[in-house]
Design a binder for this molecule. Structure first.
Ligand code: ZN
Length: 278
């Protein structure tokens, strides 16, 4: 699943590979997909609008990648399990795809969705109406994501409700672009159990969690994404995850205790019961 680090990497790579290219043809939903979020335009309208237009700059917002279709449209990708690939020629095109842009130089961009994902076109002026772009969540690594803002979010949690670390990071209040993938290593390196009650964290723990969140997310970006994801050129990310399905049951790198896997809040969590005590 594309999360914040991968969206940043895709946007950077798309700026290098696609900016300035003219779209010759565009095909969307050649293989229809139930959870392809396409927005208000029909696939036919989509093709008509984007053909002949130039690609502008790309940037990320949380787990979404936005690309200018100049001058007045924006293409939205990402948000879930998407394979977004650049192809120098037609020999490597996937058999099934939900989006295929062919450029004037006969190179391509393909998008294949597994699970769910975006191939949405929006008018630039309507970007604020994007249903999957969060307006009020804090975005890690942005200038607003300070230790004070992070602490305020914790101390401002409504009383009488439970907010475990996983719930806090992924859903309520949630951090923009942070999902069940990146939190595993963030919590592990912070020594925080995914079920830890956020309101009971000490100041030292809050500071550590904040610093590790910034450090690990930045590392994921610098290394081209996590090792479970592939980039625009089909290369695996270089960030080696400490906790995932294959390390469950194996000894913790730090203390040798076996890593535990559990189902929790609609997805697997992994933790070291010694390093991440409840
Ligand atoms: Zn351990």
């Amino acid at each position: 699943m594309i999360e914040l680090p991968e969206a940043v990497v895709f946007a950077e790579q798309m700026n290098k590979a696609l900016k300035g290219k003219t779209i010759r043809t565009a095909v969307r939903n050649e293989s229809p997909h139930k959870f392809a979020f396409v927005g208000k335009h029909s696939d036919k309208e989509f093709s008509r609008i984007v053909s002949g237009r130039k690609i502008g700059k790309s940037w990320s917002n949380g787990n979404i990648i936005l690309t200018e279709i100049l001058p007045d449209y924006v293409l939205s990708l990402g948000c879930g399990g998407e394979r977004i690939l650049y192809h120098k020629d037609s020999t490597s095109l996937p058999k099934k795809h939900q989006l295929l842009l062919r450029f004037e130089d006969d190179d391509y961009l393909s998008v294949t969705i597994s699970g769910w994902g975006e191939t949405r076109l929006l008018e630039r002026k309507n970007l604020g109406e994007h249903p999957h772009i969060s307006k009020d969540k804090l975005t890690p690594l942005s200038k607003d994501f300070t230790l004070e803002a992070f602490r305020d979010l914790i101390t401002g949690l409504p009383e009488g409700q439970k907010f475990s670390a996983k719930k806090f990071f992924v859903s309520e209040p949630g951090l923009n672009g942070v999902g069940n993938g990146v939190i595993q290593d963030i919590f592990y390196h912070s020594g925080i159990h995914p079920k830890q009650e956020m309101s009971e964290l000490s100041e030292t723990q809050i500071k550590k969690l904040y610093e590790v969140s910034c450090r690990e997310l930045q590392k994921m970006i610098d290394l081209g994404g996590r090792d479970c994801e592939v980039d625009l050129y089909g290369a695996s990310g270089g960030y080696r995850r400490a906790l995932h399905s294959k390390t469950a049951g194996t000894p913790c790198d730090v203390c040798n205790t076996k890593i535990v896997k559990e189902s929790y809040l609609g997805g697997a969590i992994y933790y070291c019961p010694s390093c991440q005590k409840l």
